[in-house]
Design a protein around this ligand. Structure first.
Ligand SMILES: NC(=O)c1ccc[n+]([C@@H]2O[C@H](COP(=O)([O-])OP(=O)(O)OC[C@H]3O[C@@H](n4cnc5c(N)ncnc54)[C@H](OP(=O)(O)O)[C@@H]3O)[C@@H](O)[C@H]2O)c1
Length: 349
C-alpha cells in the first residue's frame, strides 16, 4: 500500500474557484498490487496540467457545453504525463513508458482500457521536462500552433499582438511569431512578467494591461512602425479585444482562443464590433481538440518539441507546484493579483 493524494471537485464555484472549498485534497491508500480489469493499466503521475478551461467544467452536469462537466465529489481530471508501473494484460504498453493524455489528479491511478488506448506514448528523444509535455509541447502549445498557423497566417514583416502572453499559449505564440519573421506586441498583468517578456522572450513591445491603456500602446506602435499590427491572438477578450478591433490593420486576423475575463461569471461588453466589417477582418474562434487531426498532431510534434529542445524557441517558463495542493495552483489562473508566472503545472518528480 502507498499513500495516494487526490484532488476532489468538492463544490460548484459561484465565481472564482476557492481552494479548500471548490477543490479539496484528500489522501487514500492505494494498492500497487491490486488486480487490474481487462486492458487497464496502473500508472504513477509525473505531471498534471492546470488549464483555464477547467473552470468551465466546474458546473452543474445538466448544463451543456463544449466539454463535459467534471463529476462532483470525484477526482479532478485533465491532461497529464503518467508512467506505466504495470501494463497488466494490455499488450500495447510496457512498464516504464511515459504516456500523455487524460488522467485523474492523484499520485497513482488505474486507467481503464478504453481511456488508456487514447494515451500517446512519449519517447521524449528531445529530453524535455515532463511538465513541458503538458504545456508548450502539449495541448496549450498545440492551441497556439494551430491558431497562429491556420487562422493568423503570419507573413514576414507583420506584427502579432498577443494577450495573456506569459501563459503557455502566449509563450508559444511569441516563439512561432518570431520564427515566422514577425514582430510581437505582448501584454500581461505584472511588471515581473513584462520584464521577462522583454528580456527573455525578446518581444519588441510589452505592456502591463493593468497600468497601461492598450489603445495608446497599440496606436503608438502603429505610428512608430508606419503600419498597423495585423494579427491579434486573443486569450483574454474584454478591453484588450476592444482596443485590438480599433487599431488592427485592414484585412487583419483575430485568433479567438479564450476569454479569461469572462470565465468566472461576469460578462464584459466589446465595443467596435463593426470594425470586423469595415476593415474586412477575419475573426475566428476554434477548439483545438476539434481541429487537431492525426496528421496535424504529427506535424506539431515534429516541429515544436524539437524547437523547444534546441533553443530555437525560448525555454518555456513554468510555474511548478510540487505535489497536489488544495487547488491554490488552479485558483491562481484566475487571480489577476497573484496569478501563475508561466505555465501552471503540478510536478511529482
Ligand atoms: N480554444 C482552445 O481550444 C483553447 C485551448 C487552450 C487554451 N485556451 C485558452 O487560451 C487562453 C490562455 O490559456 P493559458 O493556458 O495560456 O492560460 P494562462 O495564461 O496560463 O493563465 C491565464 C492567465 O490569464 C491572466 N488573467 C487572469 N485574469 C485576467 C484578466 N482579468 N484580464 C486579463 N488577463 C487575465 C493571468 O495572467 P496575467 O498576470 O497576465 O493577468 C493568468 O496567468 C485561455 O483563455 C484558455 O482558456 C483555449
Amino acid at each position: 500500500m502507498v499513500a495516494n493524494d487526490i484532488l476532489i471537485f468538492n463544490e460548484i464555484p459561484k465565481g472564482k474557484p476557492v481552494p479548500g472549498q471548490t477543490t479539496v485534497k484528500k489522501q487514500e491508500e492505494f494498492d500497487l498490487d491490486q488486480s487490474l480489469p481487462d486492458g487497464a493499466i496502473l500508472v504513477k503521475t509525473l505531471a498534471l496540467s492546470l488549464d483555464p478551461y477547467m473552470r468551465g467544467r466546474m458546473r452543474d452536469e445538466s448544463i451543456e457545453s463544449y466539454v463535459p462537466a467534471l463529476k462532483l465529489h470525484a477526482p479532478i481530471e485533465n491532461f497529464a504525463v503518467v508512467e506505466v508501473l504495470r501494463a497488466g494484460e494490455n499488450a500495447k504498453f510496457q512498464k516504464g513508458q511515459k504516456l500523455y493524455g487524460y488522467s485523474k489528479f492523484q499520485n497513482y491511478s488505474v486507467i481503464p482500457k478504453e481511456q488508456a488506448e487514447s494515451l500517446r506514448v512519449l519517447e521524449n528523444k528531445e529530453g524535455l521536462p515532463w511538465t513541458t509535455w503538458v504545456g508548450s509541447a502539449g495541448m496549450p502549445g498545440q492551441t497556439a500552433w494551430y491558431g497562429l498557423k491556420f487562422i493568423g497566417k503570419p507573413q514576414k514583416g507583420e506584427t502579432v499582438f498577443v494577450s495573456g502572453a506569459m501563459g503557455p499559449v502566449g509563450q508559444v505564440t511569441i516563439a512561432l511569431a518570431h520564427a515566422a519573421g514577425c514582430k510581437v506586441i505582448a501584454s500581461a498583468g505584472s511588471e515581473e512578467k513584462i520584464k521577462y517578456l522583454r528580456e527573455e522572450l525578446k518581444v519588441e513591445c510589452a505592456f502591463n494591461y493593468k497600468t497601461e491603456d492598450p489603445n495608446k500602446v497599440l496606436a503608438d506602435w502603429n505610428q512608430k512602425e508606419g503600419r498597423p499590427f495585423s494579427i491579434y491572438v486573443d486569450n483574454v477578450s474584454g478591453a484588450q479585444l476592444t482596443a485590438a478591433l480599433a487599431h488592427i490593420a485592414r484585412r487583419g486576423r483575430i485568433v479567438a482562443i479564450g476569454s479569461v475575463v469572462d470565465y468566472h461569471g461576469e460578462q464584459h461588453g466589446i465595443e467596435g464590433v463593426f470594425q470586423v466589417v469595415a476593415k474586412e477582418l477575419t475573426w475566428e474562434g476554434f477548439l483545438v481538440l476539434n481541429r487537431m487531426t492525426p496528421e496535424l498532431f504529427e506535424q506539431f510534434y515534429a516541429e515544436v518539441p524539437p524547437a523547444l529542445a534546441s533553443g530555437k524557441f525560448a525555454r518555456p517558463k513554468e510555474h511548478v507546484t510540487i505535489g497536489l495542493d488544495n487547488g491554490e495552483a488552479f485558483a491562481a489562473l484566475f487571480d489577476s493579483e497573484a496569478s501563475n508566472f508561466g505555465k501552471a503545472v503540478y510536478s511529482f518528480e
